[in-house]
Structures are given as structure tokens and as C-alpha cells.
Write a protein that binds this ligand. Structure first.
Ligand SMILES: Nc1nc2c(ncn2[C@@H]2O[C@H](COP(=O)(O)OP(=O)(O)O)[C@@H](O)[C@H]2O)c(=O)[nH]1
Ligand SMILES: [Mg+2]
Length: 188
């Protein structure tokens, strides 16, 4: 098992560690499975808090992975029941973090494979491309799709995000956990 521990939780970029260790960040809408992916990768069920209750993670949470790098759990965007002011602040915090963290090595943009990509996901992908930030799309909850749904998903991903690498993933089936690790290792 990979040694993984909670490192810090903050809303202030200035509180982030000065360490030069790489950051691998999870972004995506609330409830899409960002925290679950961290737990799945590290095989620790309770490392990152998973919630059935959307909009919970409102801080930037860092997890130390084997003293080599940080996995970073970011607040979900677009949760409708968060107040408008808070939503604006979260999105500023997310964008500031993504733009102002030189240690940021790779971003996993996690989408729910069951729902056609939302305008927020598309806006985020476009913004990441504009900023030249390295990202990979994780199509999550693949256990919920049949083969016809999977074909449709790929068609829509190819149309919306041409050329962006995509990895299918599921915590339930364990699909592509190793492939995601390999992607992280290549980025480090
Ligand atoms: N079926 C299924 N459910 C998942 C998967 N990943 C996460 N979930 C569920 O989705 C919900 C939200 O997960 P969470 O990790 O808290 O999402 P976050 O808000 O993006 O951090 C939880 O009930 C998880 O158990 C998956 O691959 N398949
Ligand atoms: Mg979460």
C-alpha cells in the first residue's frame, strides 16, 4: 500500500506548503467523485471525505503521497444550492490555485460519465486549454454505463474535447486505477 496521509486543508493560497513537491489536482463538479478517486488511488477508504451531500469540500485539501507529491482535492464547482457569493469565491479560489501553483503538474478533470458534459465542465476544459495547463479527463462512475452509453459518451467526448486524453474510471469495478497511477507517474 502507498503511504498516504492528510497534509493540510486551507482556503488561502498563501497557506499552501512552500515545498517544491509536485501537485496532482482533482477538479470537477460537486459529487462527481473527486474525493472517492483519492481514496481509490490510495486504497484508504477514509482518507478524503466522501459525501452523499453535495458541496461539502469547500477547502483545498492536500494529501501527502509517500513524501513524493501531493494529491489535491479542490472544491467542486457549480453546486446549485451554494449561495451565489460563495460559488463566485470558490471559483476564484479554484482558478487562482490552478493559475498560481508552479508545482501543479497534472490536473484530473473529473466528469460524471452518465451525464452529458455540462457547460461548466466545457468552460473549465476550455479555460485549462487557454492557460496551457496539463489535464486529463476522467470519465467517472463507468459502472453505471452499458456499452451503448459508453459508445455515446466517447462520441460526445470526441466532439466536445477533441484531442484531450480521457480515462474511464469506476471505484466500484476498480476500472483503470492502475492506468491513472501510470498517468501520474509519467507526469511526475
Ligand atoms: N457508482 C459509483 N459511485 C461513485 C463513484 N465514485 C464516486 N461515487 C459516489 O459519488 C458520491 C460522491 O462522491 P465524492 O467522492 O464525495 O464526490 P466529490 O464531491 O466530487 O468529492 C458518493 O456517494 C460516492 O460513493 C463510482 O465510480 N461509481
Ligand atoms: Mg469531495
Amino acid at each position: 500500500m502507498i503511504p498516504a496521509t492528510f497534509f493540510t486543508s486551507t482556503t488561502l493560497l498563501s497557506d499552501l506548503p512552500i515545498s517544491e513537491k509536485p501537485h496532482i489536482a482533482m477538479i470537477g463538479r460537486s459529487n462527481v467523485g473527486k474525493s472517492s478517486l483519492i481514496n481509490h488511488l490510495t486504497q484508504q477508504k477514509k482518507l478524503a471525505r466522501v459525501s452523499a451531500d453535495p458541496g461539502r469540500t469547500q477547502t483545498i485539501n492536500l494529501y501527502d503521497i509517500d513524501s513524493r507529491f501531493f494529491l489535491v482535492d479542490l472544491p467542486g464547482y457549480g453546486y446549485a444550492q451554494t449561495s451565489k457569493e460563495k460559488r463566485a469565491a470558490f471559483s476564484t479560489m479554484i482558478h487562482d490555485y490552478l493559475e498560481q501553483t508552479p508545482q501543479l503538474t497534472l490536473i484530473f478533470l473529473i466528469i460524471d460519465a452518465r451525464i452529458p458534459p455540462t457547460s461548466l465542465d466545457a468552460a473549465m476544459a476550455q479555460w485549462l486549454q487557454e492557460k496551457n495547463l496539463p489535464f486529463v479527463i476522467i470519465a467517472n462512475k463507468m459502472d453505471k454505463l452499458n456499452s451503448e452509453d459508453t459508445r455515446k459518451l466517447h462520441r460526445s467526448l470526441e466532439t466536445l474535447y477533441p484531442g484531450v486524453p480521457t480515462i474511464e474510471h469506476s471505484i466500484t469495478s476498480g476500472k483503470n486505477r492502475k492506468e491513472i497511477w501510470a498517468t501520474i507517474e509519467r507526469a511526475l
